[in-house]
Design a protein. Structure first.
Length: 261
């Protein structure tokens, strides 16, 4: 899905590969776990409400959260199974480190993190638990691209729309789409996020985007067992996202099939 950043107009959409076999539009209807593509929402909340900067140091080290109700322990792991110790927020974003993202949501507060997700247009189920920092919540591809378009548009979120104008055979306009805007983030927050997400596309998990040969900011996303792979990003005028997966959420794309690939 591709959106015009300034207006919210949908410029391109592919919701399947054969309409005769399936009329289900995966770009607008499929609710999927978003993996690490959700992390920029958490960092946006920290930048705006806690005053964090790309230089803020987060300790990437093992941690555990006991659950007294079922006597289990949740210990978030990084994708590569290693820990880097104290690192700047910029590196945590570029390398998509899981533990720093969880610590960031813990510092922000789960309720506030969800509030920022709602501001950015994510309307799916977001359970009030720390794993949402790693993308345990669900969203559609349209919602994710809409959220990232706000980063590109100085924090102003434009509601996506498909039809610009309807006219009769005489050229009389029957219906005209009017771009609808809402403030999602401060402009300075969006500026810092764009700087961070450009680093992801230049040096981080989305470095393959350099092949496009243009300025790109974005974020990859991968879910457990490689069932969903995402890339959502933007150039100055266009925001776009790609989701790859099977309709059956239990089916894996295969080992190593992450969003960066």
């Amino acid at each position: 899905l591709a959106l015009d950043v300034r207006t919210g107009a949908v410029r391109a959409m592919v919701g399947g590969y054969d309409f005769e076999r399936s009329q289900f539009n995966r770009a607008t209807q499929a609710m999927r776990q978003v993996g690490s593509a959700f992390k920029p929402v958490v960092y946006a909340a920290a930048i705006e409400t806690l005053g964090w900067t790309p230089a803020t140091v987060i300790v990437d080290a093992p941690l555990s959260f006991p659950n007294p109700w079922n006597k289990t322990v949740w210990s978030p792991q990084n994708y590569d199974g290693t820990y880097l110790g104290p690192i700047p927020l910029r590196r945590a974003v570029e390398q998509s480190r899981n533990v720093p993202a969880v610590k960031t949501l813990q510092a922000v507060g789960i309720d506030r993190g969800i509030e920022y997700a709602r501001r950015l247009g994510l309307g799916g189920e977001l359970p009030p638990f720390l794993p949402i920092a790693l993308g345990a919540g669900e969203a559609t591809l349209t919602e994710m691209v809409d959220a990232f378009a706000a980063f590109a548009n100085q924090g102003l979120r434009m509601r996506p729309f498909l039809i610009e104008r309807i006219a009769d055979r005489d050229g009389n306009v029957i219906e005209q789409a009017t771009p609808r805007a809402s403030d999602a983030l401060r402009a300075d927050t969006a500026f810092v996020l764009t700087s961070l997400l450009r680093g992801v596309a230049e040096r981080g998990t989305a470095a393959r985007a350099r092949r496009l040969g243009r300025p790109v900011a974005g974020k990859t996303g991968t879910t457990n067992d490689f069932t969903d792979a995402w890339f959502v990003g933007y150039a100055p005028a266009l925001a776009a996202g790609v989701w790859v997966g099977f309709d059956e959420k239990k089916d894996s794309l295969g080992p190593g099939a992450d969003g960066g690939r």
